[in-house]
Design a protein around this ligand. Structure first.
Ligand code: ZN
Length: 452
């Protein structure tokens, strides 16, 4: 919930960054204790409303009603969790309840009110409750409990005075904080601000997550090869893992063995790491696009929205590919970064843009490969860039360079393991002589021939 701001103040956006926590065993116990207490608050509200429903009373849903009930429970009911942290759980419940109510009012009968208990619930604290000094963070605890200082595992991208809230959460076996900051929209020096009249078209794809065509024949291609490799390695790894443990998988209703639980835990860690890697790579790709656009004073981005194709069933392999694409995330990150940079973004229908000749507007049936060749007018060009130029034209970009003046090539996910020789991927096997897969464990360095 953004705070009220004076109407004259400069425009801001809210951005959240996640950082891991470096904690001792004792700190970890206390932090998990806070999350369990928050889960208890959540469960209490569910219980309370279940009773009220059984009595045919109106359920408590508004934040203030719930806060009154919390105050009646008195201090110390929820362990070390302070009242502000507990209220953040009530806020979450209230928001979820009203969101469901709204959807039900609009006729969506599948929308359901919050009903699931959780062992751990995330807790949020707003500005003024916590203290942030560099990487040190003081998590608020109930009155009378010893102070709880923890360390973040990285520097935050936002200065501490911009931070408005922190959220403590647990994901895949690790403790995290989400730090939300109020970031002013970028101010560009006079003469360098984005010009809304300069339009660039963005074509979203799997081979190239972003293909951008701008004015003056300038173009940008972001390669998604590393992301696709990450997906492929992860899929192969998961398949191997599943095959290896299929024998000891518990039957439905059967309690799993300790080894099985360890396997499940490991699986969750690997899944989470894979998601983080892809997410990070997509963020970096979007950042590249925005930096490129700012440098060329592009003020409007027209993004072709291909989400119509997602509903079509295209077979097992292609469906998997489409799902891995994470198109919604690609659009969201680009939109967020464009907004923070002061660039407008509009979604346009992309139907036909990758099969229309930009020179003579004739339709090219079934273009194959990365190069688009028009049989009518001998136009040839990069297929994704041509699509991007066609998308730009739909928003009045109107630039169709037959030969792009300058194409910038960038890679998404340069940090992914296996991309640079310095970070080899342990999932990758050395498949022939000289190929470097996993470095293996404690393998001594090859003795270098000493010049005699
Ligand atoms: Zn043509």
């Amino acid at each position: 919930m953004p705070r009220r701001r004076a109407s004259q103040s400069p425009r801001v956006v809210y951005r959240t960054a996640r950082a891991g926590l470096r904690v001792t065993r004792g700190q970890r116990r206390r932090l998990v204790g806070l999350l369990i207490s928050a889960g208890d608050v959540w469960a209490c509200v569910l219980e309370l409303n279940a009773w009220r429903r059984a009595r045919q009373d109106r359920p408590f849903a508004s934040y203030s009603e719930l806060c009154r009930e919390l105050a009646a429970s008195g201090p110390g009911t929820f362990g070390e969790l302070d009242s502000h942290g507990a209220r953040s759980v009530l806020r979450r419940y209230s928001d979820a309840w009203f969101a469901s109510a709204k959807r039900r009012n609009e006729g969506d009968r599948t929308a359901r009110f919050p009903r699931r208990r959780r062992a751990l619930a995330p807790v949020r604290w707003y500005h003024g409750r916590f203290m942030l000094e560099g990487r040190r963070l003081r998590i608020p605890v109930a009155h009378g409990c010893p102070a709880l200082w923890v360390r973040l595992d990285r520097d935050l991208p936002h200065p501490p005075e911009q931070v408005r809230s922190i959220t403590l959460l647990y994901d895949a076996g690790r403790l995290w904080v989400d730090v939300t900051a109020e970031v002013p929209v970028a101010c560009h020096p006079a003469g360098h601000e984005p010009d809304p009249g300069r339009v660039a078209g963005v074509d979203l794809g799997i081979i190239h997550p972003y293909a951008v065509a701008g004015p003056d024949g300038q173009a940008l291609l972001v390669s998604g090869r590393a992301i696709r490799a990450e997906h492929r390695m992860h899929l192969a790894d998961t398949k191997g893992r599943v095959r290896a443990v299929a024998r000891r998988a518990p039957k439905p209703g059967q309690k799993g063995s300790r080894r099985w639980r360890h396997y499940r835990r490991r699986q969750r860690l690997v899944e989470a790491r894979h998601r983080r890697r892809v997410r990070q790579a997509q963020h970096e790709a979007a950042k590249t696009v925005i930096a490129w656009a700012v440098a060329r004073r592009i003020g409007s981005l027209a993004v072709g929205d291909p989400r119509g194709v997602l509903k079509v069933d295209a077979g097992r392999r292609h469906n998997q590919r489409i799902r891995e694409w994470r198109i919604g995330h690609l659009i969201t990150v680009l939109k967020d970064k464009a907004e923070a940079a002061g660039i407008g973004l509009q979604l346009v229908d992309e139907r036909g843009t990758s099969s229309t000749c930009p020179a003579c507007r004739s339709r090219i049936p079934k273009p194959a490969g990365r190069v688009l060749a028009c049989p009518a007018c001998q136009f040839t060009g990069h297929r994704d860039l041509t699509a991007a130029a066609n998308i730009a034209a739909r928003l009045g970009g109107g630039i169709t360079p037959v030969i792009p003046a300058g194409v910038t090539h960038r890679r998404a996910g340069a940090h992914l393991p296996g991309v640079a020789p310095s970070r080899r991927d342990p999932r990758r096997r050395a498949h022939h002589r000289g190929a470097r897969g996993s470095p293996g464990r404690h393998r001594p360095a090859r003795a270098s021939p000493t010049p005699g």
